[in-house]
Design a protein around this ligand. Structure first.
Ligand SMILES: [Zn+2]
Length: 350
């Protein structure tokens, strides 16, 4: 059994949930506590001590058996926020998240906190939600969000993925465009999700956070890009495909929904789960969406070919428009020229 290191990741806190070490099954750290008294001790989860992951057959969640130290170093020295003591958020904040389909358990798991923070957009201190960016047990950055949807990152802090600790040990992970989307996927039973720190832009997307976290992706067989459907999201998607390689990138689209939070609100949790199978089944199952599901996954290779077809069609359309226009111009020219000739001839005859 691995007690110090798994797949190049140094274990920080071995057996973080105090489960029976070395045993193949036992209680689930996610749901057992909330079950009926007679089921609290049911062995509903199986543990894979070699990979450091557990799977629950009751709530279908997967979970990390250990915590890990940061893998890889930052390229330079950055300012770090003060370490925090995670504590429960207020009822008001809980209700706000609940209205968006996010439970208190998810807020705790992703160490979301709240507090006063100066927001430059309003020029004063505001009550803000704090999305804490951890790598290992170190707080690397904080994203603040106030009630008016103003955002701010910790000044001078290193840019990394949000929730990066969560993808250790899994063969695949999902990349989303915001913290709310990461919380939504966690809520839907997909804990191995990370979010980019600063959204997508139409211009060049600076992926320095990928450089700072690249060691977390080297063992991934599949990286699922679940980015927004707008142009900026697509630009970011293409940049990820370029950087990570088309052979590992898979694309998730949300049909009519604008992002994964909206998708969560509209869809049953089980839809998400059946689209992204738990890691234990991932080896044997290809990532093929069922036809009845609204969500579609296609390989990035297909996407690139779709893009090529789109451009070819555009060029064809331009040609198809240009040809009749030039023919019309030619016709007009011929008519005018023959009229002039006719007038000249008639003048000569006269
Ligand atoms: Zn469970």
């Amino acid at each position: 059994m691995q007690t110090t290191e798994i797949n190049g990741f140094q274990i920080e806190h071995f057996n973080q949930h105090d489960l029976p070490v070395g045993k193949p099954e036992g209680i689930c750290p996610v749901c057992s506590e909330h079950r009926k008294p007679e089921n609290k001790k049911a062995k509903c989860a199986s543990y894979d001590w070699e990979r450091g992951l557990g799977t629950c057959h009751h709530c279908s969640n997967t979970f990390q058996l250990h915590t890990y130290q940061r893998k890889g170093n930052a390229e330079k020295i950055y300012i770090k926020p003060e370490p925090i003591q995670p504590k429960e958020v207020s009822t008001k904040v809980q209700q706000w998240f609940q209205s968006r389909g996010i439970s208190n358990d998810t807020l705790k798991a992703l160490k979301v906190t709240e507090g006063k923070e100066f927001m430059p957009q309003t020029g004063k201190e505001e009550n803000a939600i704090h999305f804490n960016y951890f790598m290992g047990d170190e707080l690397i950055n904080v994203k603040y969000r106030d009630g008016r949807k103003n955002f701010k990152l910790y000044k001078g802090a290193e840019k990394v993925f949000y929730n990066i600790n969560a993808i250790v040990g899994y063969e695949y992970c999902v990349i989303v465009e915001g913290e709310m989307d990461a919380l939504s996927l966690h809520e839907a039973g997909i804990p191995n999700v990370v979010s980019v720190p600063n959204g997508a832009t139409l211009g060049t997307n600076n992926l320095d956070y990928l450089d700072n976290c690249i060691d977390y992706f080297t063992d991934k067989e599949k990286v699922i890009l679940a980015l927004d459907g707008d142009e900026a999201g697509q630009a970011l998607q293409n940049e990820f495909i370029r950087r990570l390689g088309a052979e590992v990138c898979f694309i998730a689209t949300f049909d009519d929904c604008k992002d994964s939070n909206e998708y969560l609100l509209n869809m049953e949790k089980k839809v998400w789960r059946s689209v992204l199978p738990p890691p234990s089944q991932f080896h044997s199952k290809e990532l093929q969406p069922s036809k009845t599901l609204k969500m579609k996954l296609q390989t990035s290779l297909e996407m690139v070919s779709n893009l090529a077809t789109k451009w070819a069609l555009k060029i064809l359309t331009i040609f198809l428009v240009l040809i009749p226009v030039s023919l019309l111009l030619l016709l007009v020219y011929l008519v005018v020229a023959s009229l002039i000739l006719l007038i000249r001839w008639s003048l000569v005859i006269i």
